[in-house]
Design a protein around this ligand. Structure first.
Ligand code: 13P
Length: 282
C-alpha cells in the first residue's frame, strides 16, 4: 500500500494503549531489514530519516526507494523527517514525499518554537502530512548526568497545553528523562510528569531516545501515555557488532557482512514491535 501519514495509526494506538515504533534508517540495508520485520510482525511502523541526511545528495532518491518499498508492503508504513531543523527543511521533506515531519524547535525560545511549528503545521496540513514538535529538550546520553539526572530541560505540562492549543501540532515529543545515544549513567523516567502532560493534552505523545531503556521502562511509559517511540542507536550498535563478528569468520564476504546487518535490523526492530505491542496491529 502507498505510504500513509501516521496520524490515523497513532490515534488507533493511543486508544488501544500500545506504542508505534519509529526507526531511523541511514542506508538501504537497514531499510530492507526493517521492512522484512514490518511484514513478519504486521506492525504499523514509522521509518525516519534524520534531518542531517535530508540535505545530502541522493536523499530524495532514498526517500523514493522507501516509498516504493512501502507500496509493495501489505502493512501501513509512514516516512517522517526526524528532528527537522528549520521550516525550509520540513518543506523540502514534504516535496520529497515524506508523509509526516518533525520540526524540532526544542532549543529555541518557546515563542519562536511556537511560531515556526505553527507555520510547519499550516504547510504540512495543506498536503495531508502530520507534524510532530518537541517541547522541553531531549539531550544527549553522553551528557545525561548533567541534564537528565538533574531534570534539566524537562517538559512543562502547562506550557505543553498552551503549545498544542496554539500550534495545532499533531503529536508532541516530551522530555521526561530520556536522552539520545548511549546513556552515561542510568536513565530515570519521570512517569508522574508524563501522566500530568497526558492529562493536559490530547495529542499522541512521543518518546525520543529509546535506546538503553529497560523493558519495564518502555512498558511503563506506554502505560502512562506514550504512543510513538523512537529508537536508533541500539539498532546501529547491534548491527555494527554483528557485522564485525561476521567479518572475522574465515569465509567472511561482502554480501555476508551486509546480510548480517540486514538480519540484525530485521530481528531488533521486530523485538521493539513486540515490546511496544504493535505486532499484529496492522
Ligand atoms: P536513540 O538513538 O537514543 O535510540 O534515539 C533515537 C531518537 O530519538 C531519534 O529521534
Amino acid at each position: 500500500m502507498p505510504l500513509v501519514s501516521i496520524r490515523d495509526e497513532l490515534a488507533r494506538a493511543q486508544a488501544g494503549h500500545y506504542g508505534i515504533p519509529c526507526f531511523d534508517v541511514f542506508d538501504m540495508v537497514a531499510t530492507e531489514g526493517t521492512f522484512l520485520a514490518i511484514e513478519d510482525q504486521r506492525a504499523p511502523t514509522i521509518i525516519a530519516i534524520y534531518a542531517g541526511f535530508i540535505d545530502r545528495p541522493g536523499a530524495d532518491v532514498f526517500a523514493n526507494a522507501i516509498r516504493t518499498m512501502a507500496s509493495q508492503a501489505t502493512v501501513p508504513v509512514s516516512l517522517i523527517l526526524d528532528h527537522g531543523a528549520s521550516y525550509e527543511q520540513c518543506i523540502k521533506a514534504l516535496t520529497y514525499g515524506f508523509t509526516d515531519v518533525m520540526f524540532d524547535g526544542s532549543q529555541l525560545p518557546v515563542e519562536e518554537n511556537i511560531a515556526i511549528t505553527s507555520m510547519v503545521v499550516r504547510a504540512a496540513h495543506a498536503v495531508g502530512a502530520s507534524v510532530e514538535a518537541e517541547l522541553g529538550h531531549v539531550g544527549r546520553g553522553s551528557d545525561y548526568e548533567a541534564f537528565g539526572g538533574q531534570r534539566q530541560g524537562f517538559t512543562d505540562p502547562a506550557l505543553a497545553e498552551r503549545f498544542v492549543a496554539e500550534t495545532g501540532v499533531d503529536s508532541l515529543a516530551v522530555a521526561i528523562g530520556t536522552a539520545h545515544g548511549v546513556y552515561k549513567g542510568t536513565p530515570c523516567l519521570d512517569l508522574d510528569l508524563l501522566a500530568e502532560i497526558r492529562r493536559r493534552v490530547d495529542v499522541p505523545l512521543v518518546m525520543h531516545g529509546g535506546s538503553g531503556l529497560s523493558e519495564e521502562q518502555f512498558k511503563a511509559a506506554i502505560e502512562a501515555g506514550i504512543t510513538k517511540i523512537n529508537v536508533a542507536t541500539d539498532l546501529m550498535l547491534t548491527a555494527g557488532a554483528k557485522m564485525i563478528e561476521t567479518a572475522k569468520a574465515d569465509d567472511a564476504s561482502y554480501f555476508g557482512i551486509l546480510d548480517a546487518a540486514r538480519q540484525s535490523y530485521r530481528q531488533r526492530t521486530a523485538y521493539y514491535m513486540d515490546l511496544f505491542g504493535a505486532t499484529g496491529k496492522a
